[in-house]
Ligand binder design. Sequence first.
Ligand code: PEP
Length: 258
Amino acid sequence: MARLPLMAGNWKMNLNHVEATGLVEKLAFTLKDFHYDPAKSEAAVIVPFTDLRSVQTVIEGDNLPLKWGAQDVSVHASGAYTGEVSADMLAKLKCAYVVVGHSERREYHGETDALIGEKAKVVFAAGMTPIICCGEVLEIRKAGTHVSHVLSQVKECLAPLTAEQVAASVIAYEPVWAIGTGEVATPEDAQEVCGAIRGYVAEAFGAPTAEAVRIQYGGSVKANNVVEIMAQPDVDGALVGGASLNADEFAKIIMFYS
Ligand code: PEP
């Protein structure tokens, strides 16, 4: 079964809601100009909470071939959790995706694999799809223990999920040393870990689940390196930070297949 590649742009803490609609419109215009075919790659923008309603309005209003999603979610359903946003609130805004466990959440907010797994579970319960992030820091890469490190992250993050949910998940392998640094893992590096993740999923949840789960690579993906990364057999998409803020560049990334 062919997996539809998912090219998701993580805007991080950039663009207010006015700038957000401008970028979405420009991206959609560029994709149309390039004759984008959504049957060949799925495109999503992962935006700040404050941009979600505006992005939803412009995409739905103009019937643009884009999905949208959030960068984080609360593990709680409602109540006295000042500053947090629940999965039901995001589902009401028709988010398709929610990123959980981005390395910046792990680093600056102390998020653990166990918490990330719980977040993935609440995302599914609200009818959306989690993009579950994992990846090693430079010291671990240098020590050569990156594969076992990432597999232990994945194991704990997936533990609360059913096999059916794992099959529907997106797992983003993002080596921390390659995020926002211009340092890209080689296509072989990406394949090594993405392949190992699929191998783990097969072992733990069965071969059909492993065949279905989509695994992205993220870390300084650009228009000029996306084709070779996407050529790897276990890479089913990209999670793109900096380059997704430029409509022309991100459109070229989405159109990697052309
Ligand atoms: C990211 O934020 O998930 C990311 C991969 O960033 P960048 O593409 O800028 O390295």
